[in-house]
Design a protein around this ligand. Sequence first.
Ligand code: EPZ
Length: 415
Amino acid sequence: MSKYIIMPCGSLNGEVEISGSKNALLPILAASIMGEGESVIKNAPMLVDSHNMCSMLTHLGAKLQISEDTICIKPHNLSGDLENFAPVELLRASFLISGPLLAKIGKVNISMPGGCQIGVRPIDLHLKGLCALGADIEQQHGYIKLSCRKLKGNKIYLDFPSVGATENIMMAASMADGETIIENAATEPEISDLALYINNMGGKVTGAGTDTIKIMGVKKLKGCTHFVIPDRIEAGTFMIGAAATKGNILIKNVIPQHLKPVTSKLREIGINVDEGDTFIKICGESPINATDIKTLPYPGFPTDMQAQFSTLLSISNGTSVVTETIFENRFMHLTELKRMGANIKIDGRTSVIQGIDHLTGASVRATDLRAGAALVIAGLVADGQTEIDNIGYLDRGYYKFEEKMNKLGANITRI
Ligand code: EPZ
């Protein structure tokens, strides 16, 4: 994988435009195959994960046209066969195709999604939900065969408010017979965006964004045009970059409401945050105080911002406690930060970060896409050069990351 060479840059200053949300786009691309006609998805970040999802839809038989940030999908004569289709292994979100395929053609044959660095990431809640809607499930040789002549609405309680399981069940239920109720559903903004798209296709989803979602199945869905919401995690990453480098950044094309847990934590540690209807302004000149972070399902503090915030706390005044409750192995970036001089003790899902005056440049490696972003921020403020390996992870989740950072004054070179 390619590398970043990062030199310390002083403060980041200027304006950055946030791209569409990867985690909203991926389920929406999956849902698009349920439409009878063409869907046009706008504000789509054309990341590695987006291309992998598109290639999966093409493999199934859909016709796609991709321009800068718009994807046109014509879902005609789909097969359900994804056996031996490599990108499924590369992209966990590929499993989100199961619900739509079951709804549209009644069968899907797909390899078990792999785990990844941050955790095992099982799909038991997805399968529990699809089974409750009537799907027959057969698992062998690392593949899953799902089939169902006609899905039937049901009441489903999620043991954990899983984002992916909520999305998969919502999509399958949108064309099932009768009503489905999902209780203890995830409430992330990306789920509300998916529900909006399904409703604009002619679906009947209510309660998205709350922990109880009702879906009345319909016989047909049509294609439609959809504008993807902004990526709240990309926005949060730039907010942290401004705070860490004591810069002033205007972050445009955001929905501030989606960033409330991050904004309130930044204000808590002394960072000045202004917000308008579609922008957030960070004035990071003030000292960074310590605080405690506990990741939780939305609207709690997002796990996808834990790594970036840990970098900030590693150069704060005082001691912070960070607890990761969502994934069982999402502290690998802390070991890399320690190579840069950070004073951190890790104990299971809790870490204690003793702020230091400054980090020092080192050779480190990204272990997942948010860890990669955290290490880039560390490189911006460290003394001396930092080299980050495995930045392919970043390409999966951040659109034109180094261009946007360098436009703000960073000094990042990709080799
Ligand atoms: C989505 O992953 C996001 N990915 C993740 O973003 C994000 O970290 C996560 O939600 C939590 O917010 C996309 O939307 C494509 P989950 P997802 O199902 O759906 C357990 C990023 O950096 N679980 O809410 O896979 C699971 O093991 C990525 O952009 C089960 O036990 O997350 C985990 O501990 C990383 N059984 C917890 O729930 C299941 O069937 C949260 O998983 C499903 C999940």
